[in-house]
Design a protein around this ligand. Structure first.
Ligand SMILES: *Cc1c(COP(=O)(O)O)cnc(C)c1O
Length: 392
């Protein structure tokens, strides 16, 4: 049989890490020890009290059936209370909160509810790859908004041509930002709201890293990061995606949520009703425990990441490498040496057993950068620095 993939599948951008993955396997087969600063997946375990709560919930047969829909009432209320406490944002748990099988799932499905052929979606680049694939699967067109150093890794909305804006239905933004680690202030968010209202654009804010932040300067009012929904008028145009993955070291559990504009949420809900059957109820109970218990475990994680960050950036400084000082996320966005591209540098590091993410893999404006994830111990980061030294 002649099996042909769909045009949509074929039009996904090429996976740029194939060559790097091959080299990584080669190195692994040679028995060389690998320090993985590539993927953004916490190495820290899920806190015990969350696991205990899951154990209890999983024993109860009423949690074994299809969960369906928005999520249990207690989960939506827990999210709404957490938003009030953390961001001073009011959310109606019955209409403005919706559970997701990880925020990736919701992000990937959302454009299916709003995009028609010919519609444009504004996508930051570099950025989380799911934004662009979600648009491709929905049959929309992508307009990339470059995040460049000279613009402090914010998109320049004035640069987007008028003829694109006429056909733009939706935009993605993400702060604290993966991969650059930039944090947004009120002024930027306010500007996005005015822009969205003027051009009738749905705003999708990905807030996956709101709890991974470092207070270095008491006067910095962008730390802790704010919610997009905390700005006046935001709920008219926006939804915000959130996840328990990074905050509570729960990437494998698959739970997140979307909140904000209820009509936008209803659109996504209709898509989801046809694609999935909700989040395992026992996991929702574990998530309630995570959101309602003491947040000391999150402070613990922040302390660990901060120490790791400091070890890495001190090391990079000594090596003479430039990087963007990370106030949030667990990434360090680092410029490659002058004579290297992001791929050539990443490749050299792999031969020494250090894995990082080459910038070009996340967008062409990110040429000249690599991303290091702080998801290994301080000792391993020190060892990585020693190895990087050999390339320079
Ligand atoms: C990790 C990540 C997510 C998705 O997390 P889930 O595990 O699917 O909830 C979303 N956005 C960004 C930018 C991420 O880095």
């Amino acid at each position: 049989m002649d099996i042909k993939y769909s045009e949509k599948l074929l039009s996904l951008p090429p996976y740029l890490f194939i060559e790097l993955d091959k080299k990584k396997k080669e190195i692994q087969q040679k028995g060389i020890d690998i320090i993985s600063l590539g993927v953004g997946d916490p190495d820290l375990p899920t806190p015990k009290h969350i696991i205990e709560s899951m154990k209890k919930a999983i024993e109860d047969p009423k949690n074994h059936q299809y969960p369906f829909g928005r999520g249990i009432k207690e989960f939506c209320v827990a999210v709404s209370n957490w938003y009030k406490k953390r961001f001073n944002v009011e959310l109606n748990p019955d209409t403005e909160v919706y559970s997701l099988i990880g925020s990736k799932e919701g992000i990937a499905h959302l454009p299916l509810a709003f995009i028609n052929p010919g519609d444009y979606v504004l996508v930051p680049e570099p950025g989380y790859p799911v934004y662009q694939s979600s648009v491709i699967f929905a049959g929309g067109n992508i307009y990339y908004m470059p995040l460049r150093k000279e613009n402090k890794f914010f998109p320049v909305l004035e640069d987007i041509p008028e003829y694109i804006l006429k056909k733009t239905k939706l935009m993605f933004i993400n702060y604290p930002n993966n991969p650059t680690s930039q944090v947004a202030d009120k002024k930027f968010f306010q500007k996005v709201i005015s822009f969205a209202k003027e051009h009738n654009i749905i705003v999708v804010h990905d807030c996956a890293y709101s709890e991974i932040y470092f207070k270095d300067n008491e006067n910095d009012n962008t730390i802790p990061p704010i919610s997009f929904l905390s700005l006046e008028g935001a709920k008219d145009v926006a939804v915000e995606f959130h996840s328990l993955s990074k905050t509570y070291n729960m990437t494998g559990w698959r739970i997140g949520f979307v909140c904000g504009n209820k009509e936008i949420i209803s659109g996504l809900a209709k898509v989801k009703d046809n694609y999935d059957s909700g989040v395992f109820t026992a996991i929702q109970y574990a998530a309630i425990t995570a959101l309602e218990s003491s947040q000391d475990c999150v402070e613990e994680s922040r302390k660990i990441y901060k120490k790791r960050r400091d070890v890495l950036i001190e090391g990079l400084k000594k090596l003479g490498l430039n990087f963007f000082f990370p106030k949030a996320t667990f990434y360090v966005w680092c410029e490659v040496p002058k004579n290297e591209t992001s791929m050539s540098f990443a490749e050299k590091l792999i031969y020494l057993g250090v894995v990082c993410t080459p910038g070009v893999g996340m967008g062409k404006s990110a040429e000249g950068y690599v991303r290091f994830a702080l998801t290994v111990s301080e000792e391993r980061i020190k060892e990585a620095i020693e190895r990087i030294k050999k390339v320079l």
